[in-house]
Design a protein around this ligand. Structure first.
Ligand code: NAD
Ligand code: 6OD
Length: 486
């Protein structure tokens, strides 16, 4: 069985306590790795290694030198593409094509794109008139913030972790990453890549473990951490924000969502069905940007529900590496219990189950996996639990609407505000809707299509701050103003 260690100051290391935990394969429930759990000693060592790196060779590199190294990291990820794909498939159980088309290439791109952004963004400068007529020049001087704690979730582990580590390192920071306890493998592999490429020791560190009372909490409470970037549940964000309050540390939060998909009667019907199918069921519905509330304009409602049902009933369950598999398991037994409890709640509250609602029959070798059926409901009021709360599973509720004003009100009547996907051929309607929906990311006739240079983040309870392109620089650097009297 694979033994997974922490990665501190360029070395793979166990933990002083000797504590370990198992990684269970989502596809069949077998133990595939034993992970060393970091305690206070390892978290402290990782943070101190980061602080030392800032004062050492890493801190003295020019921006160009640093960014060349990050291009090297991207190239090495690409060279070891198959290792990353295999590790991420083992951790998540998600299909091969999801890894090869999206999650792993995007991980490599996160290093290249942010290196290029950092090299090409000027700082501001102003000439200030002074009474003596000579003037003063003001200019902004960007510095790395210091040691950044990166707390990552399990649903797209490599993509979401590198999306923070790439810009943090490009800006000259050191990082300590706490990957999810459910998905330790690709972050650990990245440690090997950092050593191969020659990233100075201590710049990239990994501590494994859980949240409360474990590596996650120890890291976010550590006063040697200058800022915390977190992706995960809104409730966890609340706990981390309290930890960050001690020492007034900055946070960047990408949190939960209960996103609306809106389909107008004038939409290209087949594209809309395909789009909502992807947004609700890709990655077994475990995508923060996913669509668990679907609103379809009344003239096409029945036809749309029937078409989506047919697509959902055609998915191929299976092992990630098996050709033709397009649907995987949920991440864990705990998450399966949570999703199935929502499936039961939907029925108790009066849902019509269009399809799914339970556990599929699986062949014997996969019977121990965390499988649930993709599920569609109709007929619930907006007050129903499954219409209000984030489930993070392969399910959606579909409701008819009549007017633009009505669907705007429905979409906005939720505490979350992460994303929305709108399907229409009416450009004016698309513009009006985009301006009216209270979310950080609006897609029109598309979903999960993203240029890394654009702002990414959530409104309301879906997050704090924006990352992406130059927006990432706002979080990962601090600007001092230099004023020179001429
Ligand atoms: P989670 O909040 O349970 O865990 C995320 C990470 O936080 C894990 O590494 C966990 O160990 C750690 N953690 C938990 N408690 C902690 C604590 N008290 N202190 C420090 N660290 C702690 O989330 P998850 O279940 O891994 O991921 C699913 C959630 O993430 C969903 O709500 C989803 O919407 C959200 N998400 C949001 C985005 C986004 O961009 N907005 C992207 C992906 C996932
Ligand atoms: O596109 C991204 O960079 C991003 N952060 C995606 C988030 C996916 C959430 O599950």
């Amino acid at each position: 069985m694979r033994q997974v260690q922490n990665f501190i100051d360029g070395q793979f290391t166990g933990s002083a306590s000797g504590r370990r935990f198992d990684k269970i394969a989502p596809v069949d429930g077998t133990v595939i790795a034993s992970i060393s759990e970091a305690g206070a000693a390892e978290v402290d060592a990782a943070v101190l290694a980061g602080r030392a790196a800032l004062k050492g060779e890493w801190g003295r590199l020019t921006t160009d030198q640093r960014c060349d190294l990050l291009h090297g990291v991207a190239d090495e990820i690409t060279r070891r593409f198959d290792d990353f794909v295999a590790a991420e498939m083992a951790d998540t159980g998600q299909p091969h094509h999801v890894m090869t088309h999206a999650f792993i290439p995007r991980g490599a791109a996160n290093f290249k794109v942010f290196a290029d952004v950092v090299k090409n963004v000027p700082t501001e400068s102003f000439v200030l008139p002074t009474p003596d007529g000579a003037g003063a020049i003001n200019y902004g001087l960007r510095r790395p913030k210091g040691v950044i704690a990166v707390i990552a979730p399990w649903n797209a582990p490599f993509l979401l972790m590198t999306w923070k580590v790439g810009p943090a390192m490009a800006c000259g920071n050191a990082v300590v990453v706490k990957p999810s306890e459910e998905t330790p493998l690709t972050t650990t592999l990245l440690g090997e890549v950092m050593n191969t490429v020659g990233i100075p020791k201590g710049v990239f560190n990994v501590v494994h473990g859980f949240g409360p009372g474990s590596a996650g909490e120890l890291l976010t409470r550590h006063r040697g951490v200058d800022a915390i970037t977190f992706t995960g549940e809104t409730g966890t964000g609340t706990a981390i924000m309290k930890a960050a309050a001690e020492g007034i540390r900055d946070v960047s939060f990408e949190l939960g969502g209960k996103n609306a998909g809106i389909v107008f009667a004038d939409a290209d019907f087949d594209k809309a069905v395909d789009g909502i199918f992807r947004s609700a069921f890709l990655n077994t519905g475990q995508v923060c940007l996913g669509t668990e509330r679907v609103y379809v304009q009344r003239p096409i409602f029945e036809r749309f529900v029937a078409a989506l049902k047919a697509k959902v009933e055609g998915v191929n369950f299976g092992r990630p590496e098996t050709k033709g598999t397009d649907y995987g398991p949920l991440i864990s037994a705990e998450h399966k219990r949570k999703v199935l409890s929502y499936y039961r709640k939907a029925v108790e509250e009066g849902a019509t189950v269009v399809t799914g609602g339970g556990v599929p029959d699986m062949p014997a070798d996969l019977a121990g996996g965390h499988w649930v059926q993709p599920t569609i409901w109709t007929g619930l009021p907006e007050t129903a639990t499954v219409v209000r709360e984030e489930i993070f599973g392969p399910c959606c509720h579909i409701r008819p609407f009549d007017t633009e004003a009505e669907v705007i009100a429905l979409a906005n009547a939720n505490d979350y505000g992460l994303s929305t996907t709108i399907w229409t051929t009416n450009l004016s309607c698309a513009h009006r809707m985009a301006a009216a929906i209270e979310v950080g990311i609006v897609w029109v006739n598309s979903w999960f299509l993203r240029d890394l240079r654009t702002a990414f983040g959530g409104s309301k309870m879906s997050g704090i701050g924006r990352e992406g392109g130059v927006h990432s620089l706002e979080f990962y650097t601090e600007t001092s103003n230099v004023c020179i009297k001429l």
